[in-house]
Design a protein around this ligand. Structure first.
Ligand SMILES: O=C(O)CCC(=O)C(=O)O
Length: 263
Protein backbone atom coordinates (compact mmCIF):
# COMPACT_ATOMS: atom_id res chain seq x y z
CA UNK A 1 0.00 0.00 0.00
CA UNK A 2 1.56 3.27 -1.16
CA UNK A 3 1.14 6.35 1.00
CA UNK A 4 2.02 9.93 0.05
CA UNK A 5 2.23 12.70 2.65
CA UNK A 6 2.01 16.19 1.16
CA UNK A 7 4.04 18.49 3.41
CA UNK A 8 2.72 21.68 1.86
CA UNK A 9 4.27 25.07 2.67
CA UNK A 10 1.94 27.56 4.34
CA UNK A 11 3.24 31.07 3.85
CA UNK A 12 1.25 34.31 4.14
CA UNK A 13 2.19 35.52 0.63
CA UNK A 14 0.13 32.75 -1.00
CA UNK A 15 -3.63 33.44 -0.96
CA UNK A 16 -5.79 30.67 0.52
CA UNK A 17 -7.59 30.07 -2.81
CA UNK A 18 -4.30 29.65 -4.62
CA UNK A 19 -3.03 27.19 -2.00
CA UNK A 20 -6.30 25.26 -2.20
CA UNK A 21 -5.90 24.89 -5.97
CA UNK A 22 -2.25 23.94 -5.56
CA UNK A 23 -3.05 21.35 -2.88
CA UNK A 24 -5.64 19.78 -5.17
CA UNK A 25 -3.05 19.57 -7.98
CA UNK A 26 -0.52 18.02 -5.59
CA UNK A 27 -3.11 15.36 -4.69
CA UNK A 28 -3.87 14.72 -8.39
CA UNK A 29 -0.15 14.19 -9.01
CA UNK A 30 -0.20 11.29 -6.49
CA UNK A 31 -2.44 9.09 -8.63
CA UNK A 32 -0.02 6.17 -8.15
CA UNK A 33 -0.65 6.24 -4.39
CA UNK A 34 -3.37 4.37 -2.50
CA UNK A 35 -3.56 6.89 0.36
CA UNK A 36 -2.69 10.60 0.29
CA UNK A 37 -2.44 12.78 3.41
CA UNK A 38 -2.42 16.57 3.82
CA UNK A 39 -1.58 18.42 7.06
CA UNK A 40 -3.61 20.32 9.66
CA UNK A 41 -5.30 23.62 8.74
CA UNK A 42 -3.19 24.01 5.59
CA UNK A 43 -5.58 26.51 3.98
CA UNK A 44 -4.60 29.32 6.40
CA UNK A 45 -2.12 27.76 8.85
CA UNK A 46 -2.62 26.32 12.33
CA UNK A 47 -1.31 29.48 14.03
CA UNK A 48 -3.18 32.04 11.87
CA UNK A 49 -5.70 32.62 14.66
CA UNK A 50 -6.75 36.01 13.24
CA UNK A 51 -7.90 34.27 10.05
CA UNK A 52 -9.80 31.39 11.63
CA UNK A 53 -13.23 33.04 11.58
CA UNK A 54 -12.81 34.64 8.14
CA UNK A 55 -11.54 31.41 6.55
CA UNK A 56 -13.99 29.11 8.35
CA UNK A 57 -16.30 27.11 6.12
CA UNK A 58 -19.11 24.58 6.38
CA UNK A 59 -18.32 20.92 5.77
CA UNK A 60 -19.48 21.28 2.17
CA UNK A 61 -17.43 24.46 1.58
CA UNK A 62 -14.64 25.23 -0.90
CA UNK A 63 -12.04 22.91 0.62
CA UNK A 64 -14.50 20.01 0.44
CA UNK A 65 -15.25 20.81 -3.21
CA UNK A 66 -11.57 20.92 -4.12
CA UNK A 67 -10.59 17.81 -2.12
CA UNK A 68 -13.52 15.68 -3.23
CA UNK A 69 -12.67 16.41 -6.88
CA UNK A 70 -8.96 15.79 -6.31
CA UNK A 71 -9.55 12.42 -4.58
CA UNK A 72 -11.88 11.35 -7.38
CA UNK A 73 -9.56 12.51 -10.17
CA UNK A 74 -6.56 10.77 -8.61
CA UNK A 75 -8.60 7.70 -7.56
CA UNK A 76 -7.02 7.69 -4.09
CA UNK A 77 -8.11 7.55 -0.47
CA UNK A 78 -7.49 11.07 0.78
CA UNK A 79 -7.06 12.34 4.31
CA UNK A 80 -7.38 15.99 3.30
CA UNK A 81 -5.98 17.38 6.54
CA UNK A 82 -8.21 19.79 8.44
CA UNK A 83 -10.24 22.94 7.95
CA UNK A 84 -11.78 25.47 10.32
CA UNK A 85 -15.33 24.15 10.27
CA UNK A 86 -18.13 26.59 11.09
CA UNK A 87 -21.10 24.74 12.60
CA UNK A 88 -23.89 25.84 14.93
CA UNK A 89 -22.17 29.10 15.85
CA UNK A 90 -18.92 27.34 16.83
CA UNK A 91 -15.60 26.64 15.10
CA UNK A 92 -13.97 23.20 15.01
CA UNK A 93 -10.63 21.94 13.72
CA UNK A 94 -12.15 19.27 11.47
CA UNK A 95 -10.41 16.69 9.33
CA UNK A 96 -11.98 15.43 6.11
CA UNK A 97 -11.46 11.92 4.70
CA UNK A 98 -12.49 10.87 1.15
CA UNK A 99 -12.74 7.59 -0.69
CA UNK A 100 -11.38 7.13 -4.25
CA UNK A 101 -14.78 8.13 -5.69
CA UNK A 102 -14.49 11.52 -3.96
CA UNK A 103 -17.15 10.73 -1.35
CA UNK A 104 -16.41 12.21 2.08
CA UNK A 105 -16.58 9.12 4.29
CA UNK A 106 -15.46 10.52 7.66
CA UNK A 107 -14.88 13.75 9.53
CA UNK A 108 -12.90 14.12 12.76
CA UNK A 109 -13.10 17.11 15.08
CA UNK A 110 -9.79 17.58 16.92
CA UNK A 111 -10.26 16.56 20.54
CA UNK A 112 -7.27 18.23 22.26
CA UNK A 113 -7.11 21.93 21.35
CA UNK A 114 -3.70 23.58 21.53
CA UNK A 115 -2.84 26.88 23.20
CA UNK A 116 -3.73 26.51 26.89
CA UNK A 117 -5.59 29.80 27.46
CA UNK A 118 -5.01 31.28 23.97
CA UNK A 119 -5.38 30.59 20.25
CA UNK A 120 -7.11 27.42 19.18
CA UNK A 121 -7.93 26.48 22.78
CA UNK A 122 -10.22 29.49 23.15
CA UNK A 123 -11.32 30.01 19.53
CA UNK A 124 -12.38 26.45 18.73
CA UNK A 125 -14.76 23.95 20.28
CA UNK A 126 -13.46 20.44 21.03
CA UNK A 127 -14.52 17.26 19.31
CA UNK A 128 -15.55 14.32 21.46
CA UNK A 129 -15.57 11.30 19.14
CA UNK A 130 -12.82 8.88 18.17
CA UNK A 131 -12.76 8.17 14.44
CA UNK A 132 -11.48 5.18 12.50
CA UNK A 133 -11.62 4.68 8.74
CA UNK A 134 -11.69 1.12 7.38
CA UNK A 135 -9.73 1.02 4.10
CA UNK A 136 -9.75 -2.22 2.09
CA UNK A 137 -6.43 -3.45 3.56
CA UNK A 138 -5.89 -1.37 6.69
CA UNK A 139 -7.97 0.50 9.25
CA UNK A 140 -6.88 4.08 9.91
CA UNK A 141 -7.21 5.85 13.24
CA UNK A 142 -7.15 9.62 12.94
CA UNK A 143 -5.88 12.32 15.29
CA UNK A 144 -4.65 15.89 14.85
CA UNK A 145 -1.39 17.60 15.91
CA UNK A 146 -1.53 18.27 19.70
CA UNK A 147 -3.54 15.01 20.05
CA UNK A 148 -0.15 13.32 19.49
CA UNK A 149 0.74 14.14 23.12
CA UNK A 150 -2.17 12.09 24.53
CA UNK A 151 -1.41 8.35 24.33
CA UNK A 152 -4.79 7.32 25.71
CA UNK A 153 -6.47 8.67 22.58
CA UNK A 154 -4.35 6.37 20.41
CA UNK A 155 -5.02 3.37 22.67
CA UNK A 156 -8.69 4.09 22.18
CA UNK A 157 -8.18 4.07 18.41
CA UNK A 158 -6.25 0.79 18.57
CA UNK A 159 -8.99 -0.75 20.71
CA UNK A 160 -11.40 0.34 17.96
CA UNK A 161 -9.33 -1.53 15.36
CA UNK A 162 -6.82 1.06 14.10
CA UNK A 163 -3.72 -0.34 12.42
CA UNK A 164 -2.32 2.91 11.00
CA UNK A 165 -2.45 6.21 12.89
CA UNK A 166 -2.75 9.26 10.64
CA UNK A 167 -1.79 12.57 12.23
CA UNK A 168 -1.98 15.79 10.23
CA UNK A 169 -0.25 18.64 12.04
CA UNK A 170 1.03 22.20 11.99
CA UNK A 171 3.84 21.48 14.43
CA UNK A 172 6.27 24.30 15.27
CA UNK A 173 9.99 23.92 14.45
CA UNK A 174 11.01 24.75 18.01
CA UNK A 175 9.48 21.49 19.27
CA UNK A 176 10.54 19.27 16.38
CA UNK A 177 12.32 16.83 18.70
CA UNK A 178 9.02 16.11 20.48
CA UNK A 179 7.26 15.53 17.15
CA UNK A 180 9.71 12.90 15.99
CA UNK A 181 9.98 11.21 19.38
CA UNK A 182 6.21 11.08 19.95
CA UNK A 183 5.50 9.78 16.43
CA UNK A 184 7.90 6.89 17.02
CA UNK A 185 6.54 6.28 20.52
CA UNK A 186 2.94 6.08 19.27
CA UNK A 187 4.06 3.53 16.63
CA UNK A 188 6.02 1.36 19.08
CA UNK A 189 3.50 1.34 21.93
CA UNK A 190 0.53 0.69 19.62
CA UNK A 191 2.35 -1.60 17.16
CA UNK A 192 0.81 0.43 14.37
CA UNK A 193 1.98 2.45 11.40
CA UNK A 194 2.22 6.18 12.08
CA UNK A 195 1.80 8.64 9.23
CA UNK A 196 2.45 12.12 10.63
CA UNK A 197 2.13 14.92 8.06
CA UNK A 198 3.21 18.44 9.01
CA UNK A 199 3.46 21.73 7.15
CA UNK A 200 6.50 23.64 5.90
CA UNK A 201 6.97 27.41 5.73
CA UNK A 202 6.40 30.15 8.32
CA UNK A 203 3.02 31.69 9.06
CA UNK A 204 1.91 34.05 11.85
CA UNK A 205 5.59 34.22 12.81
CA UNK A 206 5.71 30.49 13.64
CA UNK A 207 8.28 28.49 11.70
CA UNK A 208 6.93 25.05 10.96
CA UNK A 209 8.87 21.87 11.66
CA UNK A 210 8.13 19.98 8.45
CA UNK A 211 9.86 16.63 9.02
CA UNK A 212 6.77 14.60 8.23
CA UNK A 213 7.44 11.01 9.13
CA UNK A 214 6.25 7.48 8.42
CA UNK A 215 7.04 4.89 11.10
CA UNK A 216 6.33 1.16 10.90
CA UNK A 217 4.74 -0.96 13.69
CA UNK A 218 8.19 -1.92 15.01
CA UNK A 219 9.19 1.75 15.33
CA UNK A 220 11.46 1.86 12.27
CA UNK A 221 11.38 5.16 10.39
CA UNK A 222 10.41 4.30 6.80
CA UNK A 223 10.64 7.86 5.48
CA UNK A 224 11.22 11.32 6.89
CA UNK A 225 10.93 14.68 5.14
CA UNK A 226 13.19 17.69 5.47
CA UNK A 227 11.98 21.12 6.60
CA UNK A 228 10.72 22.39 3.21
CA UNK A 229 7.73 21.60 1.03
CA UNK A 230 7.99 17.99 -0.05
CA UNK A 231 5.92 14.93 -0.91
CA UNK A 232 7.01 12.05 1.31
CA UNK A 233 6.28 8.57 -0.02
CA UNK A 234 6.38 5.21 1.77
CA UNK A 235 5.24 1.67 1.13
CA UNK A 236 3.14 0.12 3.91
CA UNK A 237 2.69 -3.63 4.36
CA UNK A 238 -0.71 -4.14 6.02
CA UNK A 239 0.32 -7.67 7.14
CA UNK A 240 3.16 -6.20 9.21
CA UNK A 241 0.74 -4.94 11.86
CA UNK A 242 -0.57 -8.43 12.54
CA UNK A 243 2.86 -10.08 12.44
CA UNK A 244 4.35 -7.49 14.80
CA UNK A 245 1.46 -7.93 17.23
CA UNK A 246 1.73 -11.73 17.02
CA UNK A 247 5.50 -11.98 17.32
CA UNK A 248 5.80 -9.45 20.16
CA UNK A 249 2.34 -9.56 21.80
CA UNK A 250 2.81 -6.71 24.28
CA UNK A 251 -0.68 -5.35 23.65
CA UNK A 252 -2.05 -8.60 25.11
CA UNK A 253 -0.17 -7.98 28.38
CA UNK A 254 -2.05 -4.81 29.25
CA UNK A 255 -3.25 -4.76 32.87
CA UNK A 256 -6.54 -2.94 32.72
CA UNK A 257 -8.69 -1.91 35.64
CA UNK A 258 -5.93 -1.72 38.27
CA UNK A 259 -7.19 -0.30 41.56
CA UNK A 260 -6.20 3.26 42.51
CA UNK A 261 -3.30 3.53 45.00
CA UNK A 262 -4.41 3.24 48.59
CA UNK A 263 -4.64 6.41 50.69
O1 LIG B 1 2.06 20.12 20.96
C1 LIG B 1 2.76 20.88 20.31
O2 LIG B 1 3.92 21.13 20.62
C2 LIG B 1 2.24 21.52 19.06
C3 LIG B 1 0.75 21.41 18.93
C4 LIG B 1 0.21 22.31 17.87
O3 LIG B 1 0.91 23.11 17.32
C5 LIG B 1 -1.20 22.18 17.47
O4 LIG B 1 -1.91 21.29 17.95
O5 LIG B 1 -1.62 22.99 16.62
Amino acid sequence: MRASLIQIAVDPDEPVDARRARAADLVRAERDADLVVLPELWPMGAFAFDSFAAESEPLDGPTHEAMSAAARDAGVWLHAGSIVEAAGGALYNTSLVYDPAGVRVRTYRKIHRFGFDKGEAVLMAAGDELVTVPLPDLTLGVATCYDLRFPELFRGLVDAGAQALVIPAGWPARRRAHWTLLAQARAVENQAYVLACGTAGTHAGVEQAGHSIVVDPWGEVLAEAGPDEEVLRAELDPAKVATTREQFPALKDRMLGLPAPGA
